[in-house]
Design a binder for this molecule. Structure first.
Ligand SMILES: CC(C)(COP(=O)(O)OP(=O)(O)OC[C@H]1O[C@@H](n2cnc3c(N)ncnc32)[C@H](O)[C@@H]1OP(=O)(O)O)[C@@H](O)C(=O)NCCC(=O)NCCS
Length: 132
């Protein structure tokens, strides 16, 4: 899927951690992909808001593949790396890792590119402040 797939540990900063609950399952009894995607979007937004120092909105999501199912009850962790800062956009790479309570290691489930745009109170694009 990507050059990061075989990495033994997550890339980026832990931005969001939650528990996979039965209400988030699909008909196979595993966690629904759309739920995972929304956690990733939230995680990326947390990182992008710091860079943009204010409100952001999601403008694009890259293609994603899922390496393994997420069992109910696992701890889901989103790690985020800011990969590019443009005039108004913030590009991030979000990885999801899961850990079952009775296991010692966590495993990667997916990663995806999430792009955010800094917006003002009226929802109009605004420049990302200088990072210096
Ligand atoms: C985000 C939004 C304000 C951007 O408005 P816009 O007029 O398209 O903005 P611009 O064309 O000036 O682009 C702003 C930045 O976004 C980037 N961008 C726009 N569309 C993009 C896309 N599909 N993929 C990657 N980057 C994109 C541009 O390259 C630009 O980057 P830069 O300023 O760093 O050079 C507007 O498209 C919007 O409101 N979209 C809906 C957002 C939303 O509701 N998201 C939640 C999901 S429903």
């Amino acid at each position: 899927m990507s050059k990061h797939d075989e990495d033994p540990t997550p890339n980026g900063e832990l931005v969001l951690q939650t528990l996979a609950l039965p209400k988030d399952t699909n008909s196979n009894g595993d966690i629904f992909g759309g739920w995972l995607l929304s956690q990733m979007d939230l995680g990326g937004a947390i990182a992008a808001r710091e860079v943009a120092r204010g409100r952001v909105t999601t403008v694009a999501i890259g293609s994603m593949g899922f390496l393994r199912p997420v069992p109910v009850g696992s701890t889901v962790s989103c790690y985020c790396e800011v990969t590019e800062i443009g005039r108004a956009s913030v590009k991030t790479l979000v990885e999801v890792w899961v850990k079952q309570y009775d296991k010692s290691d966590q495993q990667k489930v997916t990663e995806g590119e999430f792009v955010y745009v800094a917006i003002d109170d009226s929802g109009r694009t605004r420049p990302v402040p200088s990072q210096r």
